[in-house]
Design a protein around this ligand. Structure first.
Ligand code: CTP
Length: 402
């Protein structure tokens, strides 16, 4: 990730959700963030500082008057070393102190000394959350530019049902990443396709392929993190759409074709990572019912060609930058270069079918229209997405898309 070295100070306050903050720390460290932790004294009654120390590999601060080092004024020094403050979980008490400028423990003192980008994830009993005092404090913080996450609705530890639950740590991480990423694609609109398509024979049976959708989802997420407006048109997958993208679920290739055409004129960049079925069955029954086998020993299914979505986009290309994928079982480069030319693309990302299909990793070759070729090693699909979006950003920068 592009976050290596970004410095986050995580404030953990005294609510039952404090234990969920441990998972958040783990995810932050995995994302290459440098995490420092301040716990309020009450938070240490829920989770031992050692838990956070072990996960963050740094000393947890609790006491304002117990300096980590004698030559540092801790809250001031730490403030200068922080790119983002995250308070998660944030109790009603810390929100009130932050809103009104009360500094009576290390975290609230730090908040005043810091004054930089801040995100809070309130988590508490529903009545406490909905109380006008808490809502007013949140409003003050929002007006001050603090990013306030909505708590989830659901059953709470106290037995109540309503808003107040700690948001899922992966979601909080995504909001953190969003605040730290450079927005070099701001103002650009991306249209990304992902996943397989399903081509139904009757009401319940279909032809498809094992595409997981992960490559396309990773591309959509990366473009969005970098500030682009992103439409993600995807066939059926098990993935949760990345935060902040416009998700357009589709089923068949024809449906994908239609949605993509609708969005094409407004897009600056189109990346077609979907594994589109080239053929669809002529329906076995006319009225969308379930086909009856009625003692047959053999069944012939006739297939008819689906539209080639990318080729159509290539024919109708205006200002858009077009990126295709090529899944090949042999002659990778030759086939990819031929597809790039045939579909009028600016770039094609080629992989052996054995390397990328239904897997978390991929080994790709990026071929540009100008003939340049870049071989990448086996990488996670998220890492591949970063490189592809870098390449796209470089083409946009070079004025490829007018
Ligand atoms: N594609 C598309 N519509 C189709 C088939 C493919 O938009 N009906 C797009 C894919 O999303 C991908 C690119 O075209 O970006 C190449 O897909 P691929 O399956 O590798 O190649 P095909 O063009 O289908 O050719 P072949 O199956 O013969 O290799």
């Amino acid at each position: 990730m592009k976050l290596e070295g970004d410095r986050v100070t995580l404030g953990v306050t005294g609510g039952i959700a404090a234990y969920k903050a441990a998972e958040l720390v783990r995810l932050m460290v995995k994302a290459d963030l440098r995490v420092r932790i301040i716990m309020t004294p009450n938070a240490t009654r829920f989770v031992a500082p050692l838990t956070f120390q072990t996960l963050s590999l740094s000393q947890v601060r609790v006491d304002t008057f117990e300096p980590v080092s004698p030559d540092r004024v801790e809250h001031v020094a730490l403030a200068q070393e922080t790119d983002l403050l995250v308070v998660a979980p944030a109790t009603a008490n810390i929100l009130a102190k932050m809103a009104r400028g009360i500094a009576d423990d290390l975290l609230s003192t730090f908040y005043l000394a810091y004054g930089g980008v801040t995100l809070v994830a309130p988590a508490m009993n529903t009545q406490m959350y909905l109380h006008p005092a808490t809502q007013e404090n949140l409003e003050i913080l929002r007006k001050r530019g603090v990013v306030v996450l909505d708590p989830q609705e659901g059953e709470l530890a106290c037995g109540d049902y309503g808003p107040g639950r700690f948001p899922d740590p992966p979601y909080i991480l995504e909001r953190v990443v969003d605040l730290l990423y450079e927005k070099d694609l701001h103002g650009k609109t991306f249209l990304v396709t992902a996943g397989p398509t399903r081509e139904y024979l009757d009401a319940v049976r279909f032809i498809s392929n094992p595409s997981s959708g992960r490559m396309g989802f990773a591309l959509a997420q990366e473009a969005r993190r970098r500030g682009a407006k992103v439409y993600l048109v995807s066939g059926p997958t098990h993935l949760t759409p990345p935060w902040g993208v416009e998700y357009v679920p589709v089923t068949s290739a024809q449906e994908m074709f239609q949605r993509v055409l609708d969005l094409y004129s407004g897009a600056d960049v189109v990346i077609k990572a979907a594994a589109v079925a080239d053929f669809r069955p002529v329906p076995l029954v006319e009225d969308g019912a379930k086909f009856k086998k009625e003692g047959r020993r053999r069944l012939v299914v006739e297939l008819e060609a689906n539209p080639d979505i990318l080729a159509t986009l290539g024919e109708e290309k205006g200002h858009q930058l077009l990126v295709g994928f090529a899944a090949e079982s042999r002659d990778l480069l030759e086939n990819a270069q031929a597809k790039l030319a045939r579909k009028n693309l600016d770039m094609i990302v080629a992989n052996e079918i054995t390397a990328g299909f239904a897997s978390d990793t991929n080994r790709v070759v990026i071929v540009r229209r100008d003939g340049s070729i870049r071989h990448l090693p086996l990488m996670s699909k998220e890492a591949v997405a970063e490189v592809i979006i870098d390449e796209v950003a470089a083409l946009l920068q070079a004025g490829k898309a007018r």
